[in-house]
Design a protein around this ligand. Structure first.
Ligand SMILES: Cc1cc2nc3c(=O)[nH]c(=O)nc-3n(C[C@H](O)[C@H](O)[C@H](O)COP(=O)(O)OP(=O)(O)OC[C@H]3O[C@@H](n4cnc5c(N)ncnc54)[C@H](O)[C@@H]3O)c2cc1C
Length: 396
């Protein structure tokens, strides 16, 4: 039986970028994933995910996006397809950026200026003139930042997996890791539900929502939450086509609402909620969007994007975050078991970090300190630990 230097469990954005990075560092790498890539239930599987620099007062996440943006653009060339669309980003709000300085929008605006970027502030009139879908005048302040946009996340993961295979990563589809085999306190192999055993010098668990189930010692620090996503078929697609619209947030830290311009391939407008979500068991619970959530969408559209309010919702999905209790990722070696590392805990904001996740996780697995690694390390969190990702709407 072949023994890999590294065996990666899970081929979402955390796993695929880790496999790629470790392969590029010269290791032999195996990668396991159930079914196919992108997996239909994976968080990374979607038509679009937001890529934004704006993180409120949090300068570290903003700085992490600087190399990410460069690499998203480079991946378009590398992968031979435009999968990252730099439409820019609209942060619309009903409160004054200068009065509410610590709001997600106010602090993001200030940090962008501090870093020398040029966000373009707008009032209700300028917003409606430039982005006519926002015609109601409800949002009275905010800004547009030309950097950022969205990534076709499912297609990105698929293309990166192909690229990783070209570089020599050995991919095993239809394999579900079920048991970590240990010898003298060290993981030496993985048994799959399908009855196969894979041997490795080091195993990296990147199984998204299933991470706290494969490693129950993480259950006190992580939970799985489901969030509604809506795809709407616009009657007036030109109104929602970039540059008439960009990726947007609408008082997101107070409402949770955000959305995308017309998708270039799917021809729909995606609108979703970045909020607390519904806690669920990813293996058994239903992932459906409730009537109540449809009602909230309708109220939001009536108020904010009336031109979309009577258009059909053609697809919905409840997609699941792997939430750490504080909202930072979980990237570290296991504190007690040798030969085992974790790359997970995307907490609803991990995809945009794809271009640097591989190096963060590879460094942790090699026992190196990454300049942005500290707050994603193994830590003890309690149920009173506050969720710190500032765009996220928290009802309490
Ligand atoms: C509704 C929603 C909207 C989001 N929007 C954004 C956004 O706009 N911007 C952003 O940056 N982030 C966003 N995120 C977060 C982002 O999608 C995640 O942080 C990221 O995709 C997580 O990637 P992952 O690789 O950890 O998990 P996944 O993508 O879920 O991949 C895990 C993989 O592991 C596999 N797996 C599971 N169990 C096993 C096993 N036992 N053995 C082997 N393989 C296994 C799965 O099949 C899957 O392929 C959003 C997430 C959701 C749910």
């Amino acid at each position: 039986m072949k023994t890999y230097d590294f065996l990666i469990l899970g081929a979402g954005i955390f796993g695929v970028t880790t496999a790629l990075e470790l392969k590029q560092r010269g290791y032999s790498v195996g990668l396991l994933n159930p079914d196919h890539i992108p997996h239909p239930l994976a968080a990374s599987t979607d038509i679009s995910k937001v890529v934004r620099m704006e993180y409120g007062t949090d300068m570290e996440y903003m700085e992490m996006l600087e190399p990410c943006l460069e690499k998203w653009r480079a991946w378009n060339d590398l992968l031979g397809e435009t999968l990252y669309h730099e439409t820019g980003f609209i942060l619309a709000t009903t409160h004054d950026l200068e009065e509410d300085v610590d709001s997600f929008e106010g602090a993001s605006y200030r940090n962008l200026l501090k870093k020398g970027y040029q966000p373009q502030r707008f009032d209700a009139k300028e917003l409606a003139k430039r982005f006519p879908a926002f015609e109601t005048g409800y949002y009275t302040d905010g800004f547009y930042h030309a950097l950022g946009g969205f990534a076709e996340s499912g297609r990105v993961v698929h293309a990166l997996a192909n690229y990783a295979q070209q570089l020599g990563v050995e991919l095993y589809l239809g394999q579900t890791a079920e048991k970590l085999i240990q010898q003298k306190g060290r993981v030496v192999a993985v048994e799959t539900r399908e009855g196969n055993t894979f041997s490795a010098g080091h195993v990296v668990v990147c199984t998204g929502n299933f991470t706290p189930y494969l490693l129950p010692e993480l259950k006190p620090y992580m939970r799985v939450t489901g969030h509604p996503v809506f795809h709407i078929k616009p009657n007036r697609p030109e109104l929602f086509t970039s540059p008439n619209l960009a990726v947007f947030t609408a008082d997101i830290s107070k409402t949770g609402w955000y959305g995308f311009p017309l998708h270039p391939k799917e021809k729909v407008v995606k609108v979703a909620l970045h909020s607390e979500g519904l806690e669920l068991d990813p293996a058994i619970d239903e992932r459906v969007v409730s009537v109540e959530e449809h009602g909230r969408l309708q109220a939001f559209l009536n108020q904010s994007l009336p031109a979309l309010a009577n258009d059909p919702v053609v697809f919905t999905r409840r997609c699941c975050y792997t939430d750490t209790l504080d909202g930072h990722f979980w990237i570290d070696r296991h504190p007690e078991i040798e030969g085992l590392s974790i790359g997970s805990g995307g907490s609803g904001h991990g995809l945009k970090m794809g271009p640097i996740l591989g190096e963060l996780i590879a460094d942790a697995a090699e026992g190196k300190n990454h300049k942005w690694g500290a707050r994603h390390r193994w830590r003890h969190l309690s149920k009173d630990t506050p969720q710190v990702e500032e765009a996220r709407h928290k009802s309490t």
